[in-house]
Design a protein around this ligand. Structure first.
Ligand SMILES: C[S@@+](CC[C@H](N)C(=O)[O-])C[C@H]1O[C@@H](n2cnc3c(N)ncnc32)[C@H](O)[C@@H]1O
Length: 235
């Protein structure tokens, strides 16, 4: 309970100070976190799992609960204060300590993560609706570069938030939000395998699950047209 209260406090503070990258006033609720982590532990043993935008570890806890004995987990978090919380939990939280030798906290923007490592499961907590179309495009391309063949990608977005924001925004902001919607729709049309509405979250959220082609992506002709154009038009 103490952990949860201090996570809430830190989140609120970071929301005020770094709204653009934090993107949420509260950490994800348990149902949302469970749904985001649901692809962990489904495949073969010894999987490499990547969580980007781990925050204070709400989703990470659910990933850890599903981690197989030979699985490895990388947590990529931009914010140094959140990364510190994650490192502290690896030392102090009993269930996190059990797997600490198989978990790495990488404090960096996920766009700069090298792609020598491929992941079978990718879970994203990034607030994509806060970014420019160009950044969203880079992030989506990075997911593809980091994905092993047939990898799963799970990410969330709050229900109706982009359309509601667009309705009361000026033209430039409306174009940005529409562009992000188009980028995500194309990605989901191409690779989406399921989605779930989590009403028991503040605010309610959609969780999207995708299956990425991984290693074959980029050599195929789908790579370019999927993302080109939309970002250029909306930036
Ligand atoms: C909406 S919060 C989600 C936190 C947590 N996953 C949860 O569900 O409670 C977004 C997180 O993404 C992180 N973030 C934003 N941009 C990032 C980037 N480019 N690379 C890595 N982390 C990023 C923020 O610092 C923040 O922790």
């Amino acid at each position: 309970m103490n952990q949860r209260l201090s996570d809430y406090r830190l989140f609120l503070r970071e929301f005020r100070q770094t709204f653009h990258s934090t993107g949420a006033i509260l950490p994800s609720g348990r149902m949302l976190a469970r749904s985001l982590a649901s692809k962990v532990g489904c495949g073969k043993e010894g999987q490499k799992i990547l969580e980007v935008g781990s925050g204070t570890g709400a989703v990470t806890s659910q990933i850890i609960a599903r981690l197989g004995p030979d699985d490895r987990l990388d947590l990529v978090e931009l914010n140094g204060r959140f990364a510190e919380v994650l490192n502290d939990r690896l030392k102090q939280d009993p269930s996190w300590r059990q797997v600490a030798d198989r978990v790495r906290v990488l404090q960096m923007p996920m766009e700069t993560l090298g792609n020598e490592q491929r992941y079978e499961v990718i879970v994203s907590g990034l607030p994509l609706n806060n970014f420019s179309c160009q950044v969203v495009e880079q992030i989506l391309a990075q997911f593809h570069r980091l994905a092993a063949a047939g990898a799963s990608l799970s990410f969330f977005e709050y229900v109706a938030i982009r359309k509601a924001k667009a309705l009361c925004s000026k033209l430039g902001e409306r174009r940005r939000l529409t562009g992000i919607g188009q980028l995500l729709d194309r990605e989901l049309d191409a690779w989406g395998v399921g989605r779930k509405c989590v009403l028991a979250n503040v605010p309610p959220a959609w969780v999207h699950h995708l299956r990425l082609p991984g290693e074959s992506f980029g050599s195929s002709s789908e790579a370019g047209p999927l993302l080109d154009g939309v970002a250029a038009a909306a930036n």
